[in-house]
Design a protein around this ligand. Structure first.
Ligand code: GPU
Length: 818
């Protein structure tokens, strides 16, 4: 291939490209005070390299007739693209120099970029890491999703309360995407189904849709690290089909003419901001169907380009991975297409579907397990519902009846349709029945999927349920975000650790080396100084880089228990007020979290933390030993600044609730020490780093279950612990809100009267004890340095390259492109 012999770009050549785009693409000759124009020109210069590689990748995929994975996800949390693309193309230093020559700092140019925030949290960020690894490992992969006009809302605090404003990521264009009008799709919706008798006695179903929407694809190139591959993320935007009703317009009905268009465009307008809670809204359902239908048509079109009408290779060429149940309708859409558009028999269509779909489960939380009302299904997708009914009938009559003959209860329990006042479709059941593999995202989670969530399916389909532990890309989450540590690692690891993360294990040998310890901790300190500046500018709070930086960054959720962290901070404050000389290492507690706009308690937790922070940060009596900062607008870009500066990683979910977590991996990779429960991937992190290098506390999954059986009374814990009682009483009264008693009482109310559903009080004492042990450990700087270094050294398992290779070996069966 041409690239093998091609010389790498020089800084001078790169600068020429940038100047070219400044002059001719942006016609911005006077760019000296216009960093935005420079950013754009740099992106366009990078794109020249990207598109060339993309072309070569496409050619290789065609030549090699390679099997591809099609990753269907409603969310992709990409963050900014430039820094990552430069690193992956090995153009970082070149661009750095070229941009310096133009009179700018590359890092300032990055700051002009907007996050692609087309996701809520872990699930969307996992998809982004997976795309990076797929391209890095030279696999043929396409990501499919929605081109939301507005991604996740921006968060501000007004007097401590969260305010949401719309995300305008592409208001002025986005240099990383290219529209592909040649691949537009038309998507039918609503209407009715006609049953037509055929001459041979069979019947044919004909769907007469009530509306047709256009799906316009936008491609975002995904550049592999130090690889030949550039894949694409294809995002669908909805548009009205007949652009404008001129008759109506001319007749003076301007608004009506616009309304059809508005309605169609609403579908891809905005990302639903609810993380792990099912909204049940029709528009969300239509979003799911819209992007599934576009993607299935596109997958078939790509296949037919090579195989025309010969369907015999389809299941060999195509695997479709469902990222949670959000894209489940793709199953019904493929069934419908094969039968209605390509005359497949039921049996042949069903056999095909059972070969191509695989499903990843990301949660056990009941409120996140999607169900859709049958009545709505019928209105929006009448033909799909018919197919669903037939799948269910066959499943119950064949699979279930064979295993549990005559067991009516089992039928009801496993049925894809939930009976009741309002009949509902259980999307996860359809996924499990159809898919050839179903995986959880960390070992403990996958075990619970088998034992607690789907035990009957596990008996019915032995071997179908499996595990693939999550991972994160070390390119973004170490190389790009923590350049100083990366360079230090380069000095002691001889292989390219960013491509082979297990090679970081070589760093273990230096864990007790005083010189290395100093270098490692000096870098941590420099990163903390930098973050302290960011904290000052974002929140106005002064923090010392000599304090412990204790970080909890993730979506705000009761199960993630930010309020457990908060109660412990109040406990420390209580101790300090009782005894100003209380011996503790100064600590800065750093929070970053968005709450779903409709999640009342989550918003109250944010408010309470902000209110208490105001008081504590300005209380001279505690001599600066405690600071609290809630960083506004937590997102990928902010995570990249916080993580390199973290000493402590808070991973304190109720055992059994966090499927995996991935922030836990990023923080440990950057030398933060975890304080956490035996939940999700914490369990595997503990296995890797060893018990001495992590602070594990709290009830285990089994103990939480026992508590449930024996009955749990939060008041027992409240009365038994003086400190806990005192701080909860602060929240119930007006200690932090003089004259306004009860303003912060929502948390206390949920913990006591509300029954403490996430067992916060049951874990408080052990958490406080673990925090004390952590404080002790930090005092001993040699011991702490050793722990931090070993955390970095032992994270090899948690690269998303390993996750992808697990998927490839056990599920997707792909071969890399040569
Ligand atoms: N997760 Br379901 C989300 O971020 N959003 C969701 O809607 C669902 C799951 C997360 C899990 O909470 C987290 O534990 C996991 O690491 C992540 O998905 C990726 O698997």
């Amino acid at each position: 291939m041409a690239t093998a012999t091609k010389k790498p770009l020089t800084a001078a050549q790169f600068k020429t490209k940038v100047l070219h785009h400044l002059n001719f693409t942006s016609s911005e000759v006077d760019f000296q005070d216009n960093p935005t124009a420079v950013l754009r020109a740099v992106c366009l210069a990078v794109n020249e390299v990207v598109y060339e590689k993309l072309k070569e990748t496409n050619a290789a995929h065609t030549d090699q007739k390679s099997r591809s994975v099609n990753y269907l996800s409603l969310e992709y949390l990409m963050g900014r693209m430039l820094s990552n693309n430069l690193h992956n193309l090995n153009l970082f230093e070149v661009a750095n120099k070229a941009v310096a020559d133009l009179g700018f700092e590359l890092e300032d140019i990055f700051e002009e970029g907007h996050d692609l925030a087309l996701g809520n949290g872990g699930l969307g960020r996992l998809a982004a890491c997976f795309l990076d690894s797929l391209a890095t490992l030279d696999y043929n992969a396409v990501g499919y999703g929605i081109h939301y006009e507005h991604g996740l809302f921006e968060q501000q605090f007004h007097q401590g309360r969260q305010i949401e404003t719309p995300d305008e990521w592409r208001e002025y264009g986005n240099p990383w995407e290219v529209c592909r009008p040649e691949a537009v799709q038309e998507i039918p919706l609503f209407g009715s189904v006609e049953t037509q008798a055929q001459v041979d006695g069979s019947v044919k179903k004909i769907w007469h849709p009530g509306q047709i929407i256009k799906g316009v694809p936008w491609d975002v190139p995904i550049v592999g690290y130090n690889s030949k591959t550039v894949n694409v993320l294809r995002l669908w935007e909805s548009r009205a089909c007949s652009h404008f009703d001129w008759d109506q317009f001319n007749a003076g009905s301007y608004q009506d003419a616009h309304s059809a268009q508005n309605q169609a465009e609403t579908i891809s307008k905005v990302l639903y901001p609810n993380d792990e809670t099912e909204a049940g809204k029709e528009l969300r359902f239509i979003q799911q169907y819209f992007f599934c239908a576009c993607s299935i048509k596109d997958i078939i079109k790509r296949y037919q380009k090579q195989y025309a009408d010969d369907w015999s290779e389809f299941a060999n060429q195509v695997v479709i991975q469902l990222n949670d149940t959000h894209p489940t309708i793709a199953i019904l859409e493929l069934m419908r297409t094969l039968m209605d558009d390509y005359d497949f028999s039921w049996d042949n269509a069903w056999a095909m579907c059972r070969k191509v779909f695989a499903y990843t489960n990301h949660t056990l939380l009941p409120e996140a397990l999607e169900k859709w009302a049958v009545s709505m299904f019928e209105r929006v997708l009448p033909r799909h519902l018919e197919i669903l009914y037939t799948i269910n009938e066959q499943f119950l009559n064949n699979d279930v009846a064979r295993m549990w003959p005559g067991d009516v209860q089992m039928r009801a329990q496993l049925s894809i349709i939930e009976e009741g006042q309002q009949k509902m479709v259980r999307m996860a059941h359809l996924c499990v029945v159809t898919s050839f593999k179903v995986n959880g995202v960390a070992q403990i989670h996958s075990d619970l999927v088998q034992s607690d969530l789907f035990p009957e399916f596990n008996a019915l389909y032995p071997g179908k349920l499996t595990n693939v532990t999550n991972g994160v890309t070390p390119r973004r989450w170490l190389k790009a975000c923590n350049p100083k540590l990366s360079k230090l690692l380069d000095t002691v690891v001889k292989t390219d650790w960013a491509k082979d993360l297990s090679s970081l294990d070589a760093v273990s040998e230096y864990a007790d080396d005083a010189k290395f310890q100093k270098k490692f901790m000096d870098i941590k300190h420099e990163n903390k100084v930098k973050l302290a500046g960011e904290i000052k500018s974002l929140t106005g709070v002064d923090v010392s880089a000599d304090a412990i930086f204790d970080v909890q960054i993730k979506r705000l959720h009761e199960y993630k228990r930010q309020h457990l962290n908060f109660l412990h901070i109040l406990g420390l404050y209580h101790r300090l007020l009782e005894n100003p000389d209380y011996d503790m290492q100064p600590r800065v507690f750093i929070f970053g979290a968005k709450a779903a706009p409709g999640y009342y308690l989550a918003k109250e937790i944010i408010y309470a933390i902000n209110k208490v922070a105001e008081r504590i940060n300005n209380d001279d009596r505690i001599q600066g030993k405690l600071k609290i900062v809630f960083m506004p607008n937590y997102r990928v870009t902010l995570a990249e600044k916080i993580i390199p500066a973290a000493d402590v990683s808070e991973q304190i979910s109720t055992a059994g609730k966090e499927a995996s977590g991935t922030g836990n991996m990023k923080l440990a990779l950057n030398g933060a020490v975890t304080i956490g429960t035996l939940d999700g991937a914490n369990v595997e992190i503990a296995e890797e780093v060893g018990d001495d290098n992590i602070f594990i506390f709290g009830n285990t999954v089994d103990q939480i279950k026992v508590m449930q059986v024996e009955g749990y009374n939060p008041w027992d814990f409240y009365h038994a612990d003086q400190e806990l009682k005192a701080v909860i009483d602060w929240l119930r009264g007006d200690f932090f809100t003089p004259g306004k008693p009860g303003e912060l009482s929502a948390i206390a109310h949920s913990l006591l009267e509300g029954g403490d559903p996430y067992r916060v009080l049951a874990d408080y004492a052990d958490y406080a004890k673990a925090q004390q042990a952590l404080d002790e450990a930090y005092k001993d700087s040699k011991r702490w340095a050793r722990m931090a270094i070993l955390n970095t050294a032992k994270m090899g398992k948690f690269t998303s390259d390993r996750s992808i290779q697990d998927y490839v070996n056990n599920i997707w069966k792909l071969t890399p492109i040569k």
